[in-house]
Design a protein around this ligand. Structure first.
Ligand code: BES
Ligand code: MN
Ligand code: ZN
Length: 493
């Protein structure tokens, strides 16, 4: 799909399959919708009335123009909801439904007025690009039938000064879809080695440094969490460090992503219904790849390190076991109470390693706990942080990106739950507050001098059982866009 801006407001000059214009609730047409309506002899008004079109966000109606007065073949009217309530995510939803309607009528090249520009200004162009790309995504690699209808071009009728924001939206949409493509691949296609290979390839493309630690280096560096979790699989674990170090960088960020290429639960094997979809347990590591790709495209003056601890959690004669005690590079010993609480073990190694880079901000992303999904539902990321400012920034951005987040406490009163019987700590707490005790576990491995750390539990929103908003079923690429925007804001200072 080609996305572009064309500097044209004269609707009679447009030649193509469809023109999309907007209306706010109460059938308040935008200026361009009014102009279309006038040219068509008020047909749009009449049809809206006949079809009981209320201009609710994402509602659409269409009308063929039959070449009368307009050269564009169809007009699609899209609801933008209440004008006061329209936000960036509303724009994404609106362009997604418009394109869905366009596909229904087999329209391929489509013009859009800049939806919501009057309310949101230039960022609406960015949101339109994101909505178009995210909404068009499907994972079809393994399907032979090619029934997907392709939109050829989306042209936004806007000022050329919006070019930069369109480009940003394109990058964010594309890297998110890149992330989704890797998450959606099954465990037989994506192994820890394969994730490392993708990191290398990407690093070559953008001139990043890239170090891959294989089994030997993992042992040498005392990454004993990754080692334990990976030892039951015939696909060996990897730890990958991607580094982008621009000259004159103002700040340093470390991002970490959980990369369990398949989570069977290990010897504490998962029941059938929870094991299916556990290819999604590498979503954090894939988010690292997507974020690094965005950084490579945009090249901000911020040093960014991407860390990907990767392993496959499998039961076997060589698998780690309940009762095993693992000692980490920071000296802490951990007794295994469940081999299914494996994410925190591989993240522990990465948090120790990341802390040594001495970043200003460290963020980990992980499909970490079912408890987080119980607490917040399938669509919201659990946010934990030792820094109120970072938490606030992430929450504010998450509202704009539509990647919903909600802060949960790192409640020190629950710290006792992970006290070890025969070791410093154990890898699970009680049934209560499972997302929080997982966060408290991670905190044990964050260096004391790291003032600004956030843990994002994406177990719910990373992977969907059914379509939601502009997302198809499967991987969403959450929280790539929010973290990229956070890093870009550091660039501005
Ligand atoms: N990968 C899972 C968490 C998960 C659950 C991700 C649902 C995506 C959707 C994680 O490794 C896990 O198994 N967690 C256990 C922890 C428990 C053993 C303390 C869980 O949530 O049940
Ligand atoms: Mn698990
Ligand atoms: Zn897991």
């Amino acid at each position: 799909m080609e996305l572009k801006i064309i500097d044209e407001r004269d609707i009679s000059k447009l030649r193509g399959d469809a023109l999309v214009v907007g209306a706010y609730e109460g059938n308040r047409f935008t200026e361009m919708a009014k102009a279309v309506d006038v040219v068509m002899g008020r047909l749009l008004t009449a049809l809206a009335k006949d079809l009981d079109f209320k201009a609710k966000l994402g509602d659409t109606i269409y009308i063929p123009s039959h070449g009368k007065k307009l050269k564009v073949k169809n007009v699609i009217l899209v609801g933008l909801g209440k004008k006061k309530k329209l936000d960036e995510d509303g724009i994404r939803k609106a362009i997604f439904s418009s394109l869905k309607k366009a596909k229904e009528i087999r329209a391929r090249d489509i013009f859009f007025e800049p939806l919501g520009e009057g309310v949101l200004g230039g960022r609406c162009t960015k949101a339109m690009a994101e909505g178009a790309l995210l909404g068009d995504y499907e994972f079809r690699k393994y399907k032979k039938d090619n029934e997907k209808i392709d939109i050829e071009s989306v042209s936004i009728l806007a000022d050329k000064s919006r070019e930069g924001l369109l480009k940003l939206g394109k990058v964010l949409g594309e890297v998110t879809n890149f992330t989704r493509d890797i998450v959606n691949e099954p465990g037989n296609a994506i192994t820890p080695n394969e994730l490392a290979r993708i990191a290398k390839e990407l690093s070559k493309e953008y001139g990043f440094e890239c170090t891959v630690y294989g089994l030997e280096e993992i042992i040498k560096n005392k990454m004993n969490g990754i080692l334990a979790v990976g030892q039951g699989s015939k696909n060996p674990p990897t730890f990958t460090h991607i580094a982008y170090r621009p000259e004159g960088a103002k700040s340093k960020v470390v991002i970490i992503g959980k990369g369990i290429t398949f989570d069977s639960g290990g010897l504490n094997i998962k029941p059938e219904r929870s094991m299916k979809t556990m290819k999604c347990d590498k979503s954090g590591a894939c988010a690292v790849l997507g974020i690094m790709r965005a950084i490579g495209e945009i090249r901000p003056e911020v040093e960014v390190h991407g860390l990907m601890p990767c392993a496959e959690n499998m039961p076997s004669g060589e698998a780690f076991r309940p009762d095993d005690i693992i000692t980490f590079a920071n000296g802490k010993s951990v007794e295994i109470h469940s081999t299914d609480a494996e994410g925190r073990l591989i993240l522990a190694d990465a948090l120790i390693y990341g802390s040594r880079i001495r970043p200003d901000i460290m963020i980990d992303m992980a499909t970490l706990t079912g408890a987080c999904v119980v607490a917040l539902g399938s669509y919201t990321t659990g946010l934990f942080s030792n820094d109120d400012n970072l938490a606030r920034d992430l929450l504010n951005l998450s509202i704009k990106t539509g990647e919903k987040m909600w802060r949960l406490p790192l409640d020190e009163d629950l710290r006792d739950e992970i006290k070890g019987d025969y070791s410093d700590i154990k890898n699970v707490g009680s049934r209560y507050g499972g997302a929080i005790t997982a966060g408290l576990f991670l905190k044990e491995f964050v260096g004391k001098d790291i003032r600004s750390w956030a843990h994002l539990d994406i177990a719910g929103p990373a992977f969907l059982e059914k379509p939601w908003k502009y997302y198809a079923k499967g991987a969403t690429g959450v929280p790539v866009r929010t973290v990229v925007e956070l890093i870009l804001n550091l660039n501005v200072g």
